[in-house]
Design a protein around this ligand. Sequence first.
Ligand SMILES: Cc1cc2nc3c(=O)[nH]c(=O)nc-3n(C[C@H](O)[C@H](O)[C@H](O)COP(=O)(O)OP(=O)(O)OC[C@H]3O[C@@H](n4cnc5c(N)ncnc54)[C@H](O)[C@@H]3O)c2cc1C
Length: 461
Amino acid sequence: MTAPVIVWLRRDLRLADQPALYAAANAGPVIPVYVLDDDAAGDHAYGGASRWWLHHSLQNLSRSLTKFGSRVVLRRGDAVSELCKLAEETGAVTVHAIRHYEPWWRKAQGKLAKELDLQLHDGNYLMPPGAVTTGSGDPYKIFTPFSRSLLEFMPPRECRPKPETIQSPKSWPESDRLDDWHLLPTKPDWSGGIAEFWEVGEEAAQMRLEEWSRGVKDYEAARNLPSQDGSSRLSPHLHLGEISPAQVWHRLDGQQNKGWQTFARELIWRDYAQNVICQFPSYARASYRAGFETVWRDPTNDPQAAADLVAWQRGKTGYPIVDAGMRQLWKTGWMHNRVRMIAASFLIKHLLIDWRYGERWFWDCLVDADFANNAVNWQWVAGTGVDSNMFVRIMAPLSQSEKFDAAGYIRTYVPELADFPASPIHDPPDEIRRGYPSKIIGHREARERALAAYQVAKDNA
Ligand SMILES: Cc1cc2nc3c(=O)[nH]c(=O)nc-3n(C[C@H](O)[C@H](O)[C@H](O)COP(=O)(O)OP(=O)(O)OC[C@H]3O[C@@H](n4cnc5c(N)ncnc54)[C@H](O)[C@@H]3O)c2cc1C
């Protein structure tokens, strides 16, 4: 029997269009392995909601592999050491893996390539990050030219089918038990709302895509309306690689409608974000632009800022659209994109709290928490990033709520306002708030404070 080959799984928990698994299955007996390596990612080890998703996704993948007589071997610790140990135990010399771009994975890939025959495959982006460059070969910093250039390469590569067979090794190496990783919350178990909202796994992702192939035509009109189910909700599936963007593209490509064109542009944002992280690996940890330090109020030594941060996290700011979003996040592990922008802008500009506090909170609470997408969007809203400085664009939550018809959304997530009629629900007068908190700061006051703080920072620059 030929030596087994290892498939190193990370954010690619699927059988179809999984180029690493496909190549391994053609090469010999396969040992699929997932290593839970919390240390490598440091402060970006998976947060609570992501751990919940990971548990169920691994469980699903394992179930699917059983049909091939295969399984996922689970190991915990430093990924490179664990893979080397596994190779020694099994006689494997080759590791197939989809190339990952988070700074800690790039480092681990470099180290592993020195120890074993590491075969890296592209598979998680429309184009390999770094491959779309300007005429002079430089990476793009700005979205629009990046997007235009990437579109010239579309459609993406052909999708690989599921392997027809997956040969097992002579004997299976030892594996941890998934339950022993304690990825699910217990005391308290806060995951009920998430479990109700989502179906996890490759099959669920494919079903969602099928449904979405009928819904995408309305995307242009519906995507900004939080009260409607107007976006794909593919983000956690894409994040953990239960479906590939190439599969999504090929399923929808050919639809002759504006919805698909706009949706394709959003998918490209995902590639763009990774392209930014490849250029600036610290993007999730530091503002790209200097000079904002004096703008922020510091929750570690300003009790009012600390209280404001908690009110934002708990959905108690007194702004219904912001609070509905933050409560949706807490309950379901996801927030509508338009509301993410409003809630993020509120933290940064109304409350003058550093975007990194928001990034951290989202990292812990989102089932789609993604190193690149999260950081790039937070810096985009803050105006601290590589693209235009948006700090002075201060979103008005109350008019956004009216404009995007968020009454139904607010009724769903803010029970205190559940029986409010449409008009006052966006900004309920204090005397009829019925236990719903008053605004922690007035919009005009907040706007003036933010602009003044920004002016001081500019003058000091
Ligand atoms: C402050 C803030 C933080 C965010 N954090 C994340 C995050 O951690 N993970 C994440 O996947 N998205 C993040 N987003 C982007 C966006 O809100 C989500 O991708 C989207 O809401 C997911 O829902 P959907 O799958 O229905 O999206 P759809 O509108 O159906 O879009 C399809 C896919 O395109 C990609 N996409 C869409 N919008 C963006 C975007 N602005 N940037 C990057 N990719 C995009 C996603 O993979 C998404 O699943 C963030 C946005 C903001 C404003």
